[in-house]
Ligand binder design. Sequence first.
Ligand SMILES: [Mg+2]
Length: 304
Amino acid sequence: MLLQIEIGDSIGVGHEYTSGLNAPPNDLGFYQHPIHTGLKPGMYSDDTQMSLIIAEMVIDARMGSFVFTELDVANRFVSGFKRDPRKGYSRGLQTLLEEVRNGSELLSRINEHGRTDKNGAAMRIAPLVYLTDNLDELFRINEIVSGITHEGTAIEAARCVLVCCWALKYKNSSLNEMLEYIKTYFDSSLKLDQPWMERVKVSNDLGLITVRAAITSVIMSNGILSDVIKTAIGLGGDTDTVASIASAIASQSKDIKDDITPKDSSFNYLIHQMENSNYGVNYIKIIDKMLEGSNASSLSVSCS
Ligand SMILES: [Mg+2]
């Protein structure tokens, strides 16, 4: 899952909020983002970094060495950023992560400034599904993990990503069955089972819109990961986040073939073009293997 998130993110980030002549071709290439010049082609952004941090918490929790409390999660968000400072976060959170020294400072600054209903909670939550097959427990921990920075419909948006991944991973659902689970768990007024075919731009309920766009990208694709990513980028706007979430969901689906990460796949050359710094693609691969390596449902989970 994590490697697929990284691919969607690092391809999508070159297209983020570009349009017209500024928009690079939607051809799975890695392109320079016009504003985040610190992010070179092939590098990932906040979506992968925060997903990686959550993946590491899941691995540690399964081994009994981490407990999902608000403060411990906030500490991991800060330390995960500080070890590898990266651009691409929303301006507010980027500044906070640069200025605070620990999770306690992060929490008190967020309490001062308030939380958001945008898509940052949804963009990072998918790896949590590897913690347990108990959906109520996933919902409970989502409240803690997402509630650090987000509120309102942003929490629902993250919860929807979990339902999608949970249905595909543990219920072996088809994509149509996944939509039925969404109808079961979410109020119809949120429209999470409805397609989103427009540009994903900053607006109220951006979290919900982003998740709808990601689900639409998976469903509208022709059954291969490369097409999921192209479809996500084709919608425009917050392309890296839509592509990251779509890739995370696609990675769990029996209906979507991964035509990028396996060595004999036609787009595997992309993996060799990706950043390979200390926390680059090889590190992501190791954490991904650890994340996917255990049967989460058989492990005791340490939560409070
Ligand atoms: Mg990003």
